[in-house]
Design a protein around this ligand. Structure first.
Ligand code: SAM
Length: 196
């Protein structure tokens, strides 16, 4: 077995054993440990949250004093401690978000992507456009100095998206957690200190 497959199996097994709905849960754990995107008591909005691995991790980290809301175009089974809604993020509706949190949020985390077609240019362009739609929601709900996290399918428009984010945050770090498979061209943009 290749090292990459072994690692993927390792995280899949761990997720099963520890009750996480996705391997991606470990990517968020790793990134949050390294960058402290959010912490206890924080309010976190999870865009593109199904099946809910990131939401589960966020609920654990924010604890009783925090709040977590997950949005996905598909149905997500209940997660104790999280408020979940079925909504297309491209609708850019924020009323329910603001009414649930009753104030702006500390962090917006986006793991958004559709089923891949196998044509990388198409998948990349679509995923970047979904990320821009997420920023339209983010701009209405993220608090000053708040943080964000975006998964990015790397390709010709990634740098443009990174530069767009750089205008909105004090720092943007480009990274790839160990839990992310090596051959996959996904990167993570960790955005710290929202200014605009
Ligand atoms: C990779 S999955 C997220 C995995 C999740 N972070 C986890 O740990 O379980 C990406 C999600 O983005 C959602 N998505 C894609 N386009 C969307 C849209 N326009 N509006 C809402 N959700 C969308 C998909 O339905 C899918 O569930």
């Amino acid at each position: 077995m290749k090292l990459i497959d072994a690692r993927r199996d390792h995280y899949r097994r761990l997720a099963h054993e520890q009750g996480y709905r996705s391997r991606s849960a470990y990517k968020l754990k790793e990134l949050n440990k390294a960058y402290r995107i959010f912490g206890p008591g924080h309010y976190v909005l999870d865009l593109g949250c199904a099946p809910g691995g990131w939401t589960q991790v966020a609920v654990q980290i924010v604890g009783n004093q925090g709040k977590v809301m997950g949005i996905d175009a598909t149905y997500v089974e209940d997660i104790a401690g999280a408020y979940l809604i079925k909504q297309n993020i491209e609708d850019e509706k924020v009323e329910e978000i603001l009414s649930y949190f009753e104030r702006k949020v500390s962090a917006v985390i986006c793991d958004i992507s559709s089923n891949i077609t196998g044509n990388w240019s198409v998948d990349h362009a679509k995923q970047i456009s979904q990320n821009y739609a997420c920023t339209k929601i983010m701009d209405q709900v993220l608090t000053f100095k708040g943080n964000a996290l975006f998964k990015v399918f790397d390709g010709e428009f990634s740098n443009e998206f990174r530069d767009f984010l750089k205008k909105k945050f004090a720092k943007v770090r480009v990274t790839k957690p160990k839990a992310s498979r090596k051959p996959s061209s996904e990167l993570y943009y960790v955005c710290l200190g929202y200014v605009a």
